[in-house]
Structures are given as C-alpha cells and as structure tokens.
Design a protein around this ligand. Sequence first.
Ligand SMILES: Nc1nc2c(ncn2[C@@H]2O[C@H](COP(=O)(O)OP(=O)(O)OP(=O)(O)O)[C@@H](O)[C@H]2O)c(=O)[nH]1
Length: 411
Amino acid sequence: MALHPTALVKLLPLAVLIPGAYFGRGQISLLDDDLRIILDSLPYLLCLGVVLMSLQFQRGRLLLAAISVAVFYWVVQSYLQTSLNRNTDALRAYLALSFALPVMALYLLLLPERGIWNLQGLIAALGFILLGLACIELGPWILGINDAAISYTPNLNDVYMLSKSASILAGLTALVGVVLLCIRNEEIEAALLGAILPVYIALAFLHVEYISVSMCIAASLSLAWGLLRSSYSMAYRDELTGLPGRRALNERLKMLGKSYSIAMIDVDRFKRFNDTYGHEVGDEVLKLVASRVRSIKGGGTAYRYGGEEFCVVFPRKTVEATLEPIEKIRDGIASYNMSIRNRSKRPARMKEGSRLRGATRLGSDQVSITISAGVAARSPEHPDPDSVLSEADKMLYKAKRRGRNRVAYAS
Ligand SMILES: Nc1nc2c(ncn2[C@@H]2O[C@H](COP(=O)(O)OP(=O)(O)OP(=O)(O)O)[C@@H](O)[C@H]2O)c(=O)[nH]1
C-alpha cells in the first residue's frame, strides 16, 4: 500500500478556511439584523447546494456529510443555545453530539465511495442513518451508566468544552482521516476532513459567540470545494498516472501565445512489453514514465495524451531550449532499472524477454525501458497548436524509425 504524503497539500485550503471562519465570526455582530438572519441560514443553503451537487455527481459520502453538517447546525441552534449547566436536555444533546460525531465521522472516512442510486450506495446511506440514530439514542445512556461518563462529561465552565476522552477520540478521528488521505490521495478525503474539523471546533468552543454558524459555513464550503475539485480531477486528470489528461491538454492548447514548443513522447515497444510482462506491469511502467515526465524542467507541463503517449507543452520556448530537459528525461528513463514486483507476471518465454529492445530484460527481477520523443515549435509553417502537435508527432515517428531511444526535432 503506497502512501502519498504530498496529498497533505490538499489540506491547504483548510489552513485559510478555518482561521478565516474563526476570526470572521467576530465581524458577525457588526452586521445589521437582516444580514444576520441571512447569515444564520447560510449553512443550510450551502449544505443544500452540496446535497444537490452530490446527487448530480453521485457522491454518496459528501451527500451524507452535508446532511450531517446541516443536522449538527440545527441541533446546536435548536437545543444548545442555552446554559448546559442548568438544562439537562441540552447536556444530553451535547453528549449525544460529542459521542455521535467521531463514530459517524469514522464511518464516513472509512466508507469506500459507492455512489448513491445503487444498492450498495443505499445500504451505506441506511447504515449511516441507523448508526447516527443509535449514537444519539444510546450515547448519553451508555455514558450515563458507567465511569466513562465521568471522563466524557464536558468542561462546562471552560472555553474549550470537550472532555479529555472526547478530545482523544476527536484526535484519533482526525488522524485516521489524515492517514486515509495519504493512502487514497483523493480530494474527497480532504473535503471530509475539512468538514469534520470545523464541526469539532464548533462543538469544542460552543460558548464562543457565532462559532457554530461560522464553522458550519467553513465545513460546507470545504465539502463544496472538495466536490468541485474531485469533479475537475475526474474530467481533467488521467486516473492511472495522475497527470492532466487529453481534455486538459486541449484546454491548454487554446491558451498558448505566439511562441511555444510541443514534445510528443512515446514508450518504445510497449505492446511487446505488455504482451511479455502483462498489462499490470505495463501500467507500472506508464506510472514510472509519467512521474519522470511530470518532473521535466524548462517550464514544460506534461499531459497523458493517450495510451503510452505523453505530451509536454513548453510555453515561450524554442525547440532548442527544450532539448536539454527532454534528453535528461530520456536518459534518466533509459538508465533506470525497474523492478518487477509481481513475480507471476515475469515473462513466460525467456527468449521473448531477452529479445526486447524497448524493454530490455536485465536480471530476474529487473527491466529497463526507453522512450522516444519528437519536438516541434510554432512557426510560419505550423501556425496553430494542432499543426505543431502533428509536426511533433511526425518527429516522434522519425525518432522511432531511426532506432528509438532518441529525440528528433523539427529544424
Ligand atoms: N498497460 C497498458 N497498456 C496500454 C495502455 N494504453 C495503451 N496500452 C498499450 O500500448 C500499446 C501500444 O502499442 P503500439 O502503439 O503498437 O506501439 P509500441 O508497441 O509502443 O511500439 P512503438 O511505438 O513502435 O515503439 C498497445 O499494446 C496498448 O494495448 C494502458 O493504459 N496500460
């Protein structure tokens, strides 16, 4: 199981959203009454927006999260705007929330995305609702019948109200969320964390003025942002390699200025590689090549063009300026020995393995691969991105004809 620590970057919007909500709350009292009424209903409106978008994009976990934020806000507004010291119903509601929140957050975090309008999605949603009801009913009762209640009772007279046990549970939930984000590397995981944390903050600092409205706005904005980001990824990112895909390339090509170069890159003898080592190992090769091409220098942006082809766009660069970075990538890939992890996928026919040129079999577990590239720049003969792209493609096939593992460029 691979970990992606860089996925933590997806939490950066939270670093703005949560402090922004906390400090922005101070301004709410300055608003006139009409605006404050609108602001009070903003969490509901935002959650409704997320619910509608989740239905549209089949995002079951975000749908449940948005409904939960709205219910949380409603409970806080309806039952907890009072002194918990004197109102046992309010204390019960607070205990129920502080017990239900981590349990339901963990359920949502661990749940794989199943969509909405299918049996698995509906069962997942039903499980979530039943779990929520059980927590709300059983939570205060369980906490009331044994010693756990004492360590779970909120610190009613402190600004930070969550008890030590509830804080530990909250910390564990957040930790699980961070680990899952690093494993799954998905926008949705960051969005869920981005909703759970503000809701916890609202619960922990319940006595702070306007905390619930500001934090529930932050939570629903995080869900909306995650939904937009994941829809963008779905449309514009290639799932296997994580590179921007063909659609993103087409958009980029429309925005190029008067001077640019385009490189087409293709894995050599990839069909034979697939036939010999299997599609799964072929996918690993594509990921490896993608990770190398992604790090290309010289201001180039890499895209997966399709199949085993990649495209790099160099705005404001001549062909000559692109050669060094492309050669570096080609050389780096050619001299890298890739380990084949899946032993069952080793070449069935040894002769076949050793005949490969594009993928040379080195030892029992290692292969090396090569790439070829063609580069062309905008010129009077090739005045638009499509013709530059097709010229780069011609150069690529020139590199193939000349023996592969090389770069050819339009002079
Ligand atoms: N594993 C894997 N294979 C893919 C993927 N997309 C395309 N391919 C394979 O890539 C191969 C492309 O082969 P060809 O276009 O014939 O070219 P080649 O074998 O690389 O030969 P040259 O380009 O002439 O060096 C085909 O076998 C496709 O099945 C993918 O996402 N994963």
